[in-house]
Ligand binder design. Structure first.
Ligand SMILES: *Cc1c(COP(=O)(O)O)cnc(C)c1O
Length: 397
């Protein structure tokens, strides 16, 4: 099939739920994607923060190929070696005590919501608990995750959603305090908001939220599905804030491109929440995806990926300063590590900038509030940064 045939067959047969860009990617190598015409694209989106190690990493590919030949599914009725290895590695790097593997980010959010409700139920013996979530947040598209997602337009067609969700203003502790009541079982926050506009939490905000959670025995859920796995310059962003959640959510980069997420809990939560019979998943944590988690964590450690993020972040940020200084349409930038956003003038659409960058061989993303979002693979070089920034400046001028 040629490019147009691929597009036509896809549109004819796939439910039209995405407005896809007019490009057909065929191959990836390092930080470069190739389309069906062999055109190169520098990837500063990494499949929405998933391909942290870049494409076609030999060690990663060898690890999952080896697992394919051994075993890739058994169900959660049985033990397997890669579940042991992946859970051990993930608990170690995340600083949490127990992991439950899922197939996606949204499924991790669902598990966290159920865990928090069960924790509160165990304490009081009754149900009816609610959750405080943030405005401009994004937690996924399933009904529970959508219920705690801050964008009204995403939720509106689907009411009634999960009951008793109250939205507070991100980085505004007084509004969180006002939203909490006796029925609150959890507060869910992205330490760095992604889809909502690439906005980092303020340290005092997270500290204050932690305090109210401690004083009322409310569980603090950090959704690090996008900002976790070294992206913001810490293995998990919470470590940079020195504010530990009771439940940590991870996905996107976790499986190096294979679909796997997890919710992780502290021992305190594990001891008094979900028990056998309360929750489950058929595919979640299968041998293949667990081998991918093992390999991702291992390669990140061995290749000093976190060090690369921390070494190059000041350079990337200085280049973003250049964009703001030279382009009238770039108002400011914000973010953490390799999760950065350029706030654009109201007069232009981030989506149009993304499109123009793509036609010039640079893959970038947009985010809410007219922000150009950069989520490059964590293995980019200085030269890659230069190339990406030059293209963005060209497009914006
Ligand atoms: C992507 C994302 C999700 C949803 O993950 P899916 O795998 O698409 O279900 C949830 N929370 C955050 C912060 C995300 O970025």
């Amino acid at each position: 099939m040629n490019k147009q045939e691929i597009i036509d067959v896809t549109e004819e047969n796939c439910f039209h739920v995405y407005n896809r860009f007019d490009v057909v990617f065929e191959k990836g190598e390092g930080v470069t994607l190739y389309d069906t015409d062999g055109k190169e694209y520098l990837d500063f989106a990494s499949g929405i923060g998933v391909m942290a190690l870049g494409y076609n990493n030999k060690e990663f590919n060898d690890a999952i190929k080896a697992q394919v030949d051994k075993l890739y599914h058994t169900s959660n009725l049985y033990y397997h070696p890669s579940l042991a290895n992946a859970s051990k590695a993930l608990c170690k790097v995340s600083g949490m005590d127990k992991a439950f593997f899922t197939n996606s980010g949204a499924e991790a959010v669902e598990g966290a919501i159920k865990t928090a409700k069960k924790y509160a139920y165990n304490k009081s013996g009754h149900n009816g608990y609610g959750i405080v979530a943030m405005e401009s947040s994004f937690h996924g598209r399933t009904v529970g995750a959508l219920s705690v997602t801050g964008t009204e337009s995403y939720r509106n067609p689907f009411y009634p959603l999960m009951d008793k969700v109250t939205f507070a203003k991100f980085n505004d502790y007084a509004s969180v305090e006002a939203a909490v009541d006796d029925d609150t079982c959890a507060i869910i926050i992205e330490p760095v908001q992604g889809e909502g506009g690439v906005t980092p939490a303020k340290k005092e905000f997270l500290e204050d939220v932690r305090k109210i959670c401690d004083s009322k025995d409310i569980l603090l859920i950090f959704d690090e599905i996008q900002c976790g796995m070294c992206r913001t310059g810490n293995v998990y962003a919470y470590m940079g804030y020195d504010v530990k959640p009771d439940i940590l959510l991870t996905a996107k980069a976790l499986g190096g491109g294979l679909p796997i997420g997890a919710f992780l809990v502290t021992d305190k939560v594990a001891k008094s929440s979900l028990t056998p019979g309360d929750h489950g998943t058929t595919y979640g944590g299968n041998p293949l995806c667990c081998a991918a988690v093992e390999a991702s964590i291992d390669i990140m450690n061995k290749n000093n990926v976190l060090e690369n993020v921390n070494e190059l972040t000041p350079y990337l940020e200085s280049k973003l300063d250049d964009i703001v200084a030279t382009c009238d349409k770039a108002m400011s930038h914000r973010g953490k590590g390799f999760m950065q956003g350029v706030v654009l003038d109201e007069s232009i659409k981030a989506g149009d900038v993304v499109k123009e960058c793509l036609s010039r061989g640079l893959v970038v993303l947009s985010a809410g509030g007219n922000v150009l979002r950069l989520l490059p693979p964590l293995v980019i070089s200085k030269a890659d940064i230069d190339k990406a920034i030059d293209t963005i400046i060209d497009v914006l001028s």
